[in-house]
Ligand binder design. Sequence first.
Ligand SMILES: [Zn+2]
Length: 294
Amino acid sequence: MELYKNMETALQIPWYYLAAADQYEYSIRGSNKSEPLSGVIAIQIKPSKWSGVLNPEPNDQNPLSINFFGGSGLDGNGDGLADRTNDEDLLFTFAKHLLSYGTDDDNIRIALWNYYKRDKAVGIIMGNAQMYKKFNRIDLQEKAFPVPVGTDYTFHSTWGVARGWGGRRSHEGTDIFAHYGLPVRSTCYGIIEMKGWNRFGGWRIGIRDMNNTYHYFAHLNGFTKDLKVGQIVEPGQVIGSVGSTGYGPPGTAGKFPPHLHFGLYKDNGNLEWSFDPYPHLRVWERKDTLKARQ
Ligand SMILES: [Zn+2]
């Protein structure tokens, strides 16, 4: 936070854009293109981009020759070196790229597109930025169990279980069985990315969190009034209620007992895949239970 704030003071670029891009890059680490973290900043700039494509020295740290060869690398901490493994130099260089377009939302969007060449990256970063701006802090990792603890529900690990409807698919999630109308709550700080009907999931909602993980809630009875795509939600905020919708055209319900289907999907910058939410649900349930006792 201090690094971002310093850069905001020095360059007049809102801190939350820098934090948002950094958080995005952090979330896509683990894909094979990433190098190990050298500091706390996760933003990466390729050596050829940093030093200039025609620069004979790919690890050049001399700001003058980098500039001569058209590289982007800059000296952000004033030590005379443009070091692509230094947090301040990296963040300064990245911030200068954004600044060359302007500091309002639209220009930042264009700058990000030119940098990442991926619509999804731009969307995710702008979403992160909105959340940082709204809550004015970086730590937005808190989670919540999707239904109120202490109520009547059951769930088991059902990852990968085969299911019948709609061809051969395996079960990508956990089913929480409960009565119709039990409140369904956001599990995270995030942005509503999807809301509407899907023939498998019925009335469903998708929320993307700060780690670029997509939280999926299906078979809902309905949505909380005025809930909109693009809206920021907090852990525990009611988004809808348990139902049995899905497995057919819009409005189909009652083809199975009421339950919340909850899924988690990870994005690595290129593709999305699902992972087992069950262990996470158990942790969130335990934490909410402890909180309720306090
Ligand atoms: Zn399910």
